[in-house]
Design a protein around this ligand. Structure first.
Ligand code: HSE
Length: 415
């Protein structure tokens, strides 16, 4: 029998308690022993909950109880999650977390302590909610050289973009609906500005490269600039806009970024809609594989936490190497990457086509009826070269007293 504690009785923590209770026998069979929930740490009381008799308010009670060897951290944020998790690992307890902010900021150090103490620090639920992607990377794809991970990693923004795509909603209306339905986290900024996706792709990049990744090195752009007009063109082009976290190894360099990207129907992530997440992995033997499912929510996320608890229980005396070491991974500047680009330009094509061809080469042109603008899709270009041309064109238009470029969105022409 192993004793567990949950720190943070919010949505995910209460889901973990529920699964531990409702699936006790199945978990015991998988883990090889029973997992008994001894404490639930929270500032609040939950007198009517099934864990009312196990609520504690003092972290030291967990830290100092040698019987407790499994600790779940579902508080979120860095304070006090970071010192609490560190103390638990130092006390020789296995820790399982759903907290991407914690893993992205302190994963390297916490994994090192876990190695030293011969315990485990698992974080399957920190990326893709219930989708098994972390274990897939360190176990199922252990023999693979991974070259690329591209993911729709945030359910809230995917819900908003799907609503804009399918119903022609504005960004503001779609965000409000996501908030009303409870998808958006307390601060929608973390989702819509891409910060949540940034931390998740940083974790996946560390798993891919085996090195520490500073999420602040990753260029991050959110979806607040995306408009219903962009989706009208996207529809005409057979494309959609998705917020993608992308990490690629090319010629020994690692490129990572978070940005809205136009993708076509042939792209495997095109069909990932609503609050779902999808993660595309390209590796040298298997080729392309994709992982799809609920990226958030109480029981899906708690399910990933419980799977980690079971793995920790199965390996109570052993540290499982996740392949994430201490060496720092350099992330190449975003401007050295390549992309196609979608641009919306005021005016009509007849007057502007020649100059556009001079700037970007052959482009595809798209026109919507009764609009005072048109759109172009460039071929694949180096980002520095594209930006140089786009900035020059924009300032030329403005010098002529005209409106500059109305929109620029990266586009991927293949999966
Ligand atoms: N805010 C996150 C999302 C929750 O919408 O995907 C899961 O990390």
């Amino acid at each position: 029998m192993m004793y567990a504690a949950i720190m943070g009785y919010g949505t995910i923590g209460s889901g973990v308690a529920e699964i531990l209770e409702n699936c006790r026998e199945r978990i015991a069979r998988s883990a090889g022993q029973e997992i008994v929930l001894k404490y639930v740490l929270d500032l609040r009381e939950f007198p009517d909950s099934p864990v009312a008799d196990r609520i504690v308010h003092d972290f030291q009670q967990i830290e100092e109880d040698e019987q407790v060897t499994l600790v779940v951290e579902t508080m979120g944020g860095l304070e006090p999650a970071y010192p609490f998790v560190k103390a638990c690992l130092n006390a020789g307890k296995h820790v399982v977390t759903s907290n991407k902010a914690l893993v992205a900021a302190h994963g390297t150090e916490l994994l090192q302590i876990a190695r030293d103490k011969k315990v485990n620090f698992f974080f399957e639920a920190s990326v893709g909610g219930g989708i098994p992607i972390i274990r897939t990377l360190y176990r199922c794809l252990a023999g693979e050289g991974i070259q690329e991970i591209t993911g729709i990693l945030n359910g809230t923004t995917n819900y908003i973009l799907t609503k804009m795509d399918r119903e022609g909603a504005s960004f503001e209306d779609a965000l409000k609906e996501a908030q009303d339905l409870g998808y958006a986290e307390r601060n929608p900024e973390a989702d819509v500005e891409g910060y949540d996706t940034c931390r998740k792709i940083a974790i996946l990049t560390a798993m891919m490269t085996g090195r520490e990744v500073d999420y602040e090195d990753i260029y991050t752009e959110g979806i607040t600039r995306i408009t219903d007009m962009d989706f009208r063109y996207a529809k005409k082009m057979g494309m959609s806009v998705k917020l993608l976290g992308i990490s690629r190894i090319r010629n020994g360099e690692v490129y990572a970024r978070v940005a809205p990207v136009m993708i076509g129907k042939e792209h495997p992530l095109y069909a990932v809609s609503g609050v779902y997440n999808g993660i595309l992995v390209k590796s040298d033997m298997l080729g392309t594989s994709m992982y799809y499912g609920s990226g958030a929510g109480k029981l899906p996320t708690a399910s990933a936490v419980v799977a980690d608890l079971i793995e920790a229980a199965q390996n109570a005396q052993t540290n499982i190497p996740l392949g994430w070491g201490e060496e720092r991974q350099t992330i190449a500047a975003s401007k050295s990457g390549e992309s196609c680009y979608f641009i919306r330009i005021a005016g009509n094509t007849d007057e502007k086509a020649a100059r556009i061809k001079e700037a970007f080469g052959e482009v595809q042109i798209f026109v919507l009826e009764n609009m005072d603008e048109f759109a172009i899709l460039t071929k694949r270009m180096n980002e520095t070269e594209f930006m140089k041309q786009a900035i020059a064109l924009d300032s030329e238009y403005q010098k002529m007293g005209e409106e500059g470029l109305r929109q620029v969105i990266r586009a991927e022409s293949e999966g």
